[in-house]
Design a protein around this ligand. Structure first.
Ligand SMILES: Cc1ncc(COP(=O)(O)O)c(C=O)c1O
Length: 362
């Protein structure tokens, strides 16, 4: 298990620790990324991504995905998703996604904005995954000129509900996309967690399964900032760099985005951190699930635990300073385990929940 980053705030007192489960953005920078940043801070290098760190990070991703993909770094997940989706569409097209997808619920209309009017069409499904029959029905519903022409299918890996598409499921989604002449976009804000959970080669759940573009998340897995947009289809990447520049997403000091990627990719730290987060989520689910009144409401396959907690436990945990969201997914509370979650973090939360349940639930 990785050690807690020495870069964490020395003010991380008991109260601050209560933010552990609020989001995987609450965690600090992992040691490997921090060390690479310090290294990148030496000397002078060319700007705007012409530096050797950016070349190395891109090359390492090509090695990891075992293909000659196009890699572009930008600042955050909303921009990565919005701009890559826009690059796949004309303004009169539509993007089909799961009804609770981040691109629909949490990007302030970014995909529609950057594509100048593309419509997002929503589809249901179980446990955060698209129901492919429903996708077909949406695509086949209309072919007249009054309907926004379906062009992109977007899935999230790991999903917003903490589940993971299996390789077979991604392949089936890719085949469906091809049948309907749709491009396949993958929001991989937590791709590392999905990969660590499945233990397969990255290519098996991306380009070999039909994914055209992957937005590979780094921020939630120990990087300070920055996501990689990976095009497996070079043609679709044409002019994407111009989109990034126009949208204010081309970092002049790009090395400070790309060097941390090198730091976490070079010895597999990105997967170790993701596996640590996943393992702690499983422990948390097991512990919370044993407490009377608490029900785990989604399979814990990545680093999120979704649980139904009675109001008295929710209130009790919050009164003890606990921070977690209750507005994400299909209801319940979300406990997100970051890359550096420790056994002590898990035990403290389970203990708090047990005490609160015992004190107020009887
Ligand atoms: C599924 C998913 N996609 C993308 C993002 C990226 O969002 P941001 O723009 O905050 O980096 C997030 C962040 O919460 C997410 O959960």
């Amino acid at each position: 298990m990785p050690e807690t980053s020495s870069t964490q705030s020395p003010r991380s007192d008991r109260h601050a620790d209560k933010y552990v489960f609020a989001s995987d953005n609450s965690a600090g920078i992992c040691p490997e990324a921090w060390a690479a940043l310090a290294e990148a801070n030496k000397g002078h290098v060319p700007a705007y991504g012409e530096d050797h760190w950016t070349t190395e990070a891109s090359d390492r991703l090509r090695e990891i995905f075992e293909t000659d993909c196009e890699v572009v770094f930008c600042f955050n997940g909303t921009a990565a998703n919005s701009m890559s989706l826009a690059s796949l569409c004309e303004s009169y097209h539509s993007i089909i996604c799961y009804e609770r997808a981040h691109i629909e619920t949490d990007e302030c209309g970014g995909p529609e904005f950057f594509s100048h009017g593309t419509k997002v069409l929503l589809v249901g499904g179980d446990a955060g995954k698209l129901d492919l029959d429903q996708v077909s029905r949406v695509v086949e519903a209309r072919s007249d000129i009054h309907y926004p022409k379906p062009r992109v299918l977007s899935i999230t890996q790991a999903t917003e509900l903490g589940t993971v598409y299996t390789p077979d499921e991604v392949r089936a989604t890719g085949e469906l996309a091809r049948r309907h002449d749709l491009r396949l976009h993958m929001d991989g804000a937590r791709f590392a967690n999905a990969l660590a959970s499945l233990d397969v080669a990255p290519k098996e759940i991306t380009w070999q399964a039909g994914v055209d573009v992957l937005c590979l998340g780094g921020t939630k897995n120990g990087l300070p900032v920055g996501e990689a947009v990976i095009y497996f289809n070079h043609k679709l990447a044409e002019d994407f760099a111009y989109r990034c520049k126009q949208a204010g997403q081309l970092a002049s000091k790009m090395r400070f985005i790309s060097a941390p990627w090198v730091g976490v990719l070079e010895d597999g730290a990105w997967l170790r951190h993701a596996a640590n987060a996943n393992a702690h989520a499983r422990r948390l689910a097991a512990g919370l699930g044993k407490i009377e009144g608490i029900e785990i409401i989604a399979p814990t396959e990545a680093n999120a635990v979704f649980a139904d907690l009675p109001p008295y436990i929710l209130t009790g945990l919050r009164a003890r300073g606990g921070h977690f969201h209750t507005f994400i997914g299909d209801g319940g509370a979300r406990f997100m385990c970051p890359w550096n979650t420790t056994d002590a973090d898990i035990e403290a939360l389970i203990e708090d929940a047990r005490e609160v349940a015992a004190a107020t639930g009887a």
